[in-house]
Design a protein around this ligand. Sequence first.
Ligand code: ADP
Ligand code: MG
Length: 307
Amino acid sequence: MRVGEIGEFGLINRIKRYFEPPEGIIGIGDDCAVIPFGEKELLVTTDALVEGVHFFESSNPYLLGRKSLSVNISDIAAMAGEPKWAFLSLSINRNRDLKWIDEFVRGFSDVAEDYGVCLLGGDTTSSDRVVINITVVGENDVGESLRRGSAKIGDVVAVTGRIGCSYAGLVAIERGLGGFNELKLKHLNPKPRVVEALRVKSFADAMIDISDGLVQDCGHICRESRVGVRLYWEKIPFCHADFVTQEEMLCGGEDYELLACIERRFEEKVKGMGDFVIIGEVVNGDAVEVVRNGEVIHIKDCGYKHF
Ligand code: ADP
Ligand code: MG
């Protein structure tokens, strides 16, 4: 058997089965690992960006520096933590212009400054293709991190921002469409929702960031929480872009918005805060169902998967 036959999540599970995290530590399976540390708990996440997979050789290095840190910070936001420290491993070709490096680091450090993150180390190697691997460590008060696996039946499901704009931006870039700069920037320069996460923290049971697509990431909540999620099509804040379909927007990745499962008694309060809109509810079941015009519609297995 080859990797392609078991897929990304099959591969992660195959690695995971060799390790049992020590009592009290949350390991593989959530947006971050959670390690109790005195009065606090540390949140640790790592994400790689690979040339030819996540970005093109010609990509703007400033925006790439921003995005590579932002997507890691987004995983800290997903657990309602505060990002603190970063490590940067960079594999790069010896012929790469130093201007590229300077612009990359400028983008990285602008985001680091915006979010109060300090670079503490990393590693540097040569490679034909650029590979960027970043680790971010954040913190939270003990027991405060919002997990994927703690959604409760009856919770309302809410999201920040618009769904599908990053995908629409990617399509605009790939098709060489002129204009659509706002959409293209949604793809090239996502904004991690740290502030919104901290604001909703005390009302939410569970949270995830939408990196693989709304439907697939809701599926992670279902699996980890052993619940179903019902989404109402008419309530979803789809991106305004007429060159991609709303079906595609449900499945497109990299929005880096938050999806929170909120105790129903806080519904009005959360609506009033203005960051989140309610798009569904947590129900009995084990999968995501999307209701359109009162009928459950079939959404094929969708969302970004490596392999
Ligand atoms: P996210 O999209 O939130 O970054 P991923 O889908 O990349 O999460 O990963 C899901 C979970 O699997 C995370 O807990 C991550 O740490 C873990 N994981 C992914 N790849 C590996 C690996 N090669 N070894 C160990 N854990 C992994
Ligand atoms: Mg995540």
